[in-house]
Design a protein around this ligand. Structure first.
Ligand code: AMP
Ligand code: GLY
Length: 426
């Protein structure tokens, strides 16, 4: 089959790399892609907001499956338009993608289905928000309702900071995304990510991961899209994963289906492992970036076939096998990230992949044959090993083989688990 992959980041490079290994794949197209994806796919330029143009391209190239990488086109309803045109899509409808597109929607769904999550209030004006704050104790968790490029969550230590953040959110800084603000109870625990594929009815667990969201070592400094990740996440034991499936994922899929909005594609649950058990922090309607990179390093089998089964509601009986090894990815970012990142710095991949590591491109461009940095997160250096300690050593050996003078990375990806492995004598 022919597949069209939409997106241009490290997540999409990892998907392209795995799709290209699929026995069921004939041709892989990507839009817009990047220089790494171009090694696996034919990159084409399509306007992702022009749904008719994408459908026309799919008809002309006999595309059986469109894989939508990022959330924005999903929240914008691209999957619906393509499905209406008779084209297979991996990714949820606009109605189902509200799980990521509206935090209030997800909280209401959790309340209806009895899914464990932080207590909350939805507010639609500064006055309502101000009044609601009185019902919470610090730290205050404030979230712009809509998509805010990962910047819509503020944890305020005191009431003054909360009021300032609320004023900022309601001021229009996030556009429509800030028209509503959700105020939540603060949950304590360790965070982990869990992935599941679903065709609307059947649910297939699809691995676990942990990422590092802060830019600085020891998980300090500003939030980012993620500076590194590893999979599996040993904190999500089999027993906890079973609870997540039973208490969080299945009720979500069933509730959406019951509402007439079946979810298809990947459900990415951000979890807090609290003393009372796993609780949902948030849903994403796409793979994590860079979590996808570590999942794809471990996945065995035919990704294109698995995704097509999702799209066709034929997931029952499909298996997803992951190698037992740990995969770990280190994000190399351009200096300045997550603020204004320096563009144009030269990159040399050198022998970084010599020892089985994989360099996924996230924000690169080729100019006059040279590879240069063209984004905040630039490369995802990914390796596997027998545990996190081993995978980390291999990933940093590959990082050290890369030349990227205007880039930087954290040197401690995986530290929490590496500490645990040291304590357990692994
Ligand atoms: P989100 O975009 O909803 O994942 O939130 C971003 C980050 O804020 C999460 O990864 C958590 O670290 C933190 N966070 C969000 N909601 C809560 C909560 N209710 N309690 C504690 N931390 C939270
Ligand atoms: N790495 C976090 C995310 O993709 O949302």
């Amino acid at each position: 089959m022919n597949v069209l992959l939409l997106g241009s980041g490290g997540r999409e490079h990892a998907l392209a790399w795995k799709l290209a290994q699929s026995p069921s794949l004939s041709r892989l197209y990507a839009s817009p892609g990047n220089p790494g994806i171009a090694e696996q796919a034919e990159c084409v330029t399509l306007d992702v907001t022009d749904h008719n143009a994408i459908a026309d391209f799919c008809r002309a190239q006999h595309i059986a499956l469109v894989v939508i990488g990022p959330e924005a086109p999903l929240v914008d309803g691209l999957a619906d338009s393509l499905r209406d045109a008779g084209i297979g899509v991996f990714g949820p409808s606009q109605a189902a993608a509200r799980l990521e597109g509206s935090k209030g929607f997800t909280k209401d769904l959790c309340a209806r289905a009895g899914i464990p999550t932080a207590g909350y209030v939805r507010t639609a004006s500064p006055g309502e928000a101000h009044a609601a704050l009185a019902r919470f104790t610090p730290p205050f968790v404030l979230k712009a309702d809509g998509l805010a490029a990962g910047k819509g969550v503020v944890i305020a230590e005191d009431i003054e900071a909360a009021e300032i953040a609320l004023a900022d959110m309601f001021s229009g800084r996030f556009g429509d995304a800030g028209a509503e603000v959700v105020i939540e109870e603060f949950m304590e625990g360790e965070e982990a990510s869990f992935f599941a594929l679903t065709d609307g009815t059947f649910v297939l667990p699809f691995g676990s991961a942990q990422d590092h969201k802060r830019v600085g070592e020891g998980d300090t400094g500003p939030n980012t899209g993620g500076m590194g990740a590893y999979s599996p996440a040993p904190v999500l034991t089999d027993a906890l994963q079973a609870r997540v499936m039973d208490e969080i994922i299945r009720p979500t899929v069933e509730t959406l289906a019951g509402d007439g909005n079946p979810y298809t594609g990947v459900l990415y649950a951000g979890l807090m492992l609290t003393e009372e058990g796993p609780k949902l922090i948030e849903y994403n309607c796409r793979f994590g970036d860079p979590e996808c990179q570590v999942l794809m390093m471990r996945l065995r089998g035919d990704l294109a076939a698995i995704m097509l089964a999702c799209a066709r509601a034929e997931l029952a009986g499909v298996r997803a096998d992951f190698a037992p090894e740990t995969a770990l990815t280190v994000v190399m970012a351009a200096k300045g990230y997550p603020g204004t990142a320096e563009k144009g710095g030269a990159i040399g991949i050198g022998g970084a992949e010599a020892d089985g590591a994989k360099v996924f491109h996230a924000g690169t461009v080729r100019k006059d044959g040279e590879l240069i940095a063209n984004g905040g997160r630039v490369l995802n250096i990914t390796a596997t090993g027998k545990n996190v300690t081993d995978a980390q050593a291999r990933a940093y050996a590959a990082v050290d083989a890369v030349s990227f003078p205007t880039g930087f990375c954290r040197r401690d990806i995986g530290w929490r688990e590496i500490d645990r492995e040291a304590r357990q004598g692994k």
